[in-house]
Design a protein around this ligand. Structure first.
Ligand SMILES: Nc1ncnc2c1ncn2[C@@H]1O[C@H](COP(=O)(O)OP(=O)(O)OP(=O)(O)O)[C@@H](O)[C@H]1O
Length: 278
């Protein structure tokens, strides 16, 4: 049993016995996530790791109901998403940004229009508000000068920055990241991780990251959950003393933390002026 370094903050995401199965071509059901419960504390960077097929992406997509659970409850910021109608769910999703391995940008739209997209479909913002917010978000990710470019003119790291700016545009409390650096080289990965850390520390955004790159977990996360065959095998705080890991991945993460020496836990400071949400 590990002794936590910090009492976790109250959960902003609560998964309560969520289940998801997929229908296979032959008609049989495949259980991707089995009655899994997990609390993700407010303001943290939380890693989801596991072998290929363990159910990480499915679990992440259950958090914003891109996958609807077959059973169980999903609460984000106190709202049980599973009970909401379409309109209320669309509203609740404004609070949950998401980025993907392959960026998922609109290829025929400019950087401005990509970042403006979630604000335009929401339909409650004036043109002036959208313009200001797009510029703010591009400045947060350090890409202000690319506002008129198109995705094809950008590097992979720049595309991911546009995707982050788009995810931040509606001022979400939660940012879901599905393998955000897997398509990037190591130097670009480092700079994207720095940006994600700044967004967490300075804007207070809770980040949940699925990755198969354990150094990413070690560099970024305060807490990690390890999935095996759709089940929660263990979860722990990185660097907490006295932990006995029951999974190979858990022991590998511990070894990375030990290699790095005594690791200062990620600080969750007050928003700085430059990154504060307006
Ligand atoms: N839409 C779907 N239809 C059928 N099976 C699916 C579907 N989505 C996921 N699965 C299956 O569910 C299991 C979990 O998939 P998931 O993508 O969540 O795993 P993962 O841990 O993210 O894997 P990877 O690291 O390879 O992306 C896998 O066996 C996958 O084949």
């Amino acid at each position: 049993m590990s002794i936590p370094l910090h009492e976790p903050a109250p959960p902003v995401i609560r998964l309560d016995a969520v289940r998801k199965s997929f229908r296979l071509p032959g008609g049989a059901a495949f259980d991707a996530v089995h009655a899994l419960s997990l609390d993700i504390p407010q303001g943290e960077i939380f890693g989801l790791v596991g072998k290929s097929g363990a159910g990480k992406s499915t679990l992440l997509r259950l958090i914003n109901l891109l996958e609807r659970p077959d059973a169980g409850r999903v609460s984000v910021a106190g709202h049980d998403l599973t009970t909401l109608g379409r309109r209320a769910l669309r509203e609740a999703r404004q609070n949950i940004g998401m980025i993907f391995q392959q960026f998922n940008l609109l290829q025929n739209a400019s950087v401005f229009d990509n970042v403006a997209f979630p604000l335009k479909i929401h339909g409650r913002h004036s043109r002036a508000e959208i313009d200001t917010r797009v510029r703010e978000c591009l400045s947060i990710v350090g890409l202000g000068e690319k506002i008129d470019s198109h995705p094809a003119q950008l590097s992979g790291g720049q595309k991911q920055r546009v995707a982050i700016a788009r995810a931040l545009a509606p001022r979400p409390q939660v940012l879901l990241c599905d393998e955000p650096t897997s398509a990037l080289d190591s130097e670009t990965t480092r700079s994207i991780l720095q940006t994600l850390r700044a967004i967490n520390e300075q804007l207070g955004v809770t980040i949940v990251i699925v990755t198969h790159e354990l150094p990413v977990v070690e560099a970024l996360c305060r807490r990690v959950a390890i999935l095996e065959h759709g089940r929660l095998a263990e979860q722990f705080e990185l660097g907490a003393p006295g932990g006995e890991r029951c999974t190979v991945l858990g022991r590998e993460i511990d070894a990375l933390v030990a290699q790095r020496g005594s690791r200062a836990p990620a600080s969750i400071s007050q928003p700085a002026n430059d990154l504060r949400y307006a």
